[in-house]
Design a protein around this ligand. Structure first.
Ligand SMILES: C[S@@+](CC[C@H](N)C(=O)[O-])C[C@H]1O[C@@H](n2cnc3c(N)ncnc32)[C@H](O)[C@@H]1O
Length: 265
């Protein structure tokens, strides 16, 4: 079904609702520096969509280079207007969008790869996920990190809608299908705009709902030497405070998002 939004609105609403390129790039750079005592320079953003993080990565650092990888020309085209065009010409020279498959793309060896907003859940077979993780590991330099995000918690597998109200925009995250046998699932993003008009199924995702232990096992099988989970702290109302720190275990809260860092060596 054709969306009632323009492409600019579609990606503007998406990024305002689910992305924080500045925060996530500084999280990855800070963790890398803390661990390896040097700054990372080359970054690969898998499933990059508009490449917001690839553009953020090169800001203000003349040694930083990035590659944004996505199969779909639509978000790449929008990202070049929304993000790339706003960089200085020196920064632009250090960003490359590649309209390619993350399974087969070739890039120079990189310090950091990320796969965010659960995009790798698109691979439903274990053998496919293993092949993807092996391809990522092969793309990395020595002493390097693959960052992924992951979500779960008992509420996240129920057929319910999570609602987030923002200024002039409401975001809806709906679990439309969940098969307990296979973990095949369907999620959808809807928006309500400033005029009160609802735009349904603007983005839909047919995924396998992978669990944390499965993903960590496959990363290990792909050759990553270690994985670390970053868990979010609580604010005084018991909501996430946006601060993620390494953890060994956590309370089984209703719904959660965390990061996994997988170390090549
Ligand atoms: C959920 S969006 C993620 C966008 C952005 N990375 C973010 O964090 O919000 C998933 C993106 O992955 C892309 N994609 C799906 N399969 C892919 C593949 N095998 N190789 C490259 N891109 C792929 C889709 O075109 C889509 O733009």
């Amino acid at each position: 079904m054709k969306s009632s939004l323009t492409l600019e609105q579609k990606y503007d609403y998406y990024e305002r609702s689910v992305q924080n390129a500045e925060g996530e790039v500084s999280f990855m750079k800070d963790e890398f520096k803390r661990i390896y005592k040097r700054s990372p320079s080359i970054f690969r953003e898998d499933f990059c969509g508009t490449g917001a993080m690839s553009c953020e990565w090169v800001k203000g650092d003349k040694n930083a280079r990035s590659f944004g990888i996505d199969l779909d020309p639509e978000p790449i085209k929008i990202g070049k207007v929304r993000h790339y065009s706003k960089l200085s010409s020196a920064e632009q020279k250090r960003v490359q969008y590649l309209e390619k498959n993350v399974m087969t793309v070739k890039t120079p060896p990189v310090d950091v790869v990320c796969a965010f907003n659960f995009s790798y859940f698109i691979f439903k077979k274990r053998s496919e996920m293993l092949r993807y993780f092996k391809a990522v590991r092969k793309s990395l330099k020595k002493d390097s990190i693959f960052f992924l995000d992951i979500f779960a918690g008992p509420e996240s597998q129920k057929l319910i809608t999570d609602v987030k109200k923002m200024k002039n925009l409401t975001y809806y995250w709906e679990c439309q299908k969940f098969n307990p046998f296979t973990h095949d699932c369907l999620f959808a993003i809807h928006f309500r705009d400033a005029k009160g008009k609802k735009h349904k199924n603007v983005f839909t995702y047919e995924w396998r709902f992978w669990t944390m232990p499965e993903i960590r096992d496959i990363l290990s099988e792909a050759g990553f030497s270690k994985t670390v989970v970053y868990w979010e702290g609580d604010d005084e109302d018991g909501n996430g405070d946006g601060v993620f720190t390494p953890a060994e275990n956590a309370e089984n809260c209703d719904a959660w998002v965390s990061y996994i860092a997988a170390f090549r060596d």
